[in-house]
Design a protein around this ligand. Structure first.
Ligand code: NAD
Length: 451
């Protein structure tokens, strides 16, 4: 059996030059705009895991492994032993919210984790108090924020957020920080002339342009402060030409949008399987009941539309109806979210999938996913914070497409299609880590085992 000496590539070999990855030094600030159910579940889990009182299941930076070299070499380290990531004990949390409650109060009110998981870390949670939010009522009609900043215009609001970031870093003694948006889903906004260049966007900020929502102000402030920004909601935030340009100019990593946690995660597992086997699809009906604050916000049609767009893109991109008209040309895809308070964060998602096979005979698949929204999202916040920090130390600026794995609606260069297939996303993520560390990329060809 021969060992391959040259790296092999699945994509074109115009891969850019491998960067040098600086080792993490000191503490890492994790800034969370929006301190609700997801953010407090994430923080609590990190504090518990640090003390050995809980396990960070669902996090690939903590539990995932990566194969290196050939299948018979037996080199399968943990990801955390392979790439230089910040440790859990190095994280310092900073948050913003439009309500003043501390993380202990919010964690209790969110009813995601039980008192047995809250009381051991109550003191630490109680000390995490959100900074006042940058908020415009029209972005999230169902919330009436009481802990909000006042500014003459949106440019000034960005300046206040920048000052918050600088103060946080100074007070906490952190040199590096990353931000993960855990705030509400805002009304649907499409990029317009204001979003096209740094100059047009800055003019629009000063003119209080209504097409710039609160989340974009945090993103802009982070980019200016060279803080990588990952977007856990479907908001436009950092996904428009001016923000891509600023990210490149300031040399900052950006990623998004919308955590891929429950129903969409399942969709991006099953749809690639149908396509791989040339099974047809007539229809996919997805509905959810959800009773947390996120569900309440999504009860507003304009906010639901942001989520709907994010959820609907997945099947079109994976199944490519125009390329496979006989299999997917007629597919009907519908997604509903119903606010149903009794369930709280314990969401239930149903899927009815109408597929067809040989000679067109119909079949059905039903999924009933009784999940927990924030329990699924919290590990993604951790992985994104650690990988975005890694990207920044490796000097990878702009859109981090290798982190598509974590998102429902992955950000991508406008002339490329987004990669939704979970297994391609996973391979891309792991190959990026191998590439960063100078290891051979894995194509799964494997002919040489049999030569
Ligand atoms: N849990 C999941 O599985 C999942 C999956 C994908 C996306 N998401 C998204 O993650 C986000 C957080 O979810 P959650 O369940 O924690 O929601 P949540 O309602 O519990 O928390 C959101 C928090 O953001 C705050 N907020 C709103 N606008 C703000 C602003 N401009 N500045 C500062 N704070 C602001 C709200 O007051 C609230 O406390 C939502 O956008 C949700 O759609 C969640």
């Amino acid at each position: 059996m021969t060992m391959r000496s040259a790296p092999t590539h699945t994509e074109s070999s115009s891969e850019s030059k491998r960067p040098k990855v600086d080792a993490p030094q000191g503490k890492l600030g994790v800034l969370l705009p929006g301190m609700g159910a997801v953010a407090t579940t994430f923080i609590a889990g990190c504090l518990l895991a640090r003390r050995g009182l809980g396990q960070p299941f669902g996090s690939i930076t903590q539990l995932g492994t990566i194969r290196l070299g050939k299948r018979n070499e037996g080199r399968v380290p943990r990801i955390s032993d392979f790439v230089p990531l910040a440790g859990l004990s190095d994280l310092v949390f900073g948050t913003w919210d439009i309500f003043p409650d501390d993380a202990l109060t919010v964690a209790r009110e969110s009813k995601v984790i039980e008192e047995r998981h809250i009381s051991p870390i109550a003191d630490e949670l109680g000390k995490i108090v959100p900074m006042a939010g940058a908020f415009y009522q029209e972005d999230v009609k169902r919330l009436r924020g009481t802990h909000v900043k006042a500014a003459r215009n949106k440019a000034e609001m960005v300046e206040q957020l920048r000052e918050d970031i600088r103060r946080f870093k100074r007070e906490q003694g952190v040199e590096r920080a990353v931000a993960v948006w855990c705030g509400s889903t805002e009304r649907f906004v499409e990029p317009n002339a204001a979003h096209q260049s740094i100059e047009s966007f800055e003019k629009a900020l000063a003119a209080n342009d209504a097409s710039i929502t609160g989340s974009a102000l945090y993103a802009w402030a982070c980019l200016q402060e060279r803080v990588p920004f990952a977007n856990g909601a479907p908001n436009l935030s950092v996904d428009f030409p001016a923000a891509w340009e600023l990210a490149r100019e300031r040399n900052v990593a950006i990623a998004g949008k919308d955590f891929k946690t429950g129903q969409t995660l399942m969709k991006t597992v099953l749809a690639p399987a149908f396509k791989a086997r040339a099974l047809g699809l007539n229809g996919w009906f997805s509905t959810n009941i959800l009773g947390n604050r996120d569900g309440e916000v999504l009860g507003e049609p304009e906010n639901f539309h942001s989520k709907e767009v994010s959820k609907l893109g997945v099947l079109e991109h994976i199944l490519e109806p125009e390329r496979y008209p006989s299999l997917y040309g007629e597919m009907y895809h519908k997604v509903r979210i119903e606010y149903y308070p009794p369930r709280g964060d314990a969401k239930e998602g149903w899927d009815n999938i109408d597929i067809f096979g040989w000679l067109g005979y119909p079949m059905q698949i039903k999924i009933d996913f009784l999940c927990r929204d924030s329990i699924l999202a919290a590990p993604l916040v951790l992985d994104l914070a650690l990988f975005m920090d890694l990207a920044q130390r490796a000097n990878l600026s702009g859109i981090q497409e290798w982190l598509s794995f974590f998102f429902k609606s992955p950000m991508h260069r406008p002339d490329l299609y987004p990669e939704h297939d979970l297994f391609i996303q996973s391979m891309k993520l792991k190959n990026t880590l191998r590439w960063l560390m100078g290891e051979e990329l894995i194509t799964h060809l494997g002919r040489d085992y049999y030569d």
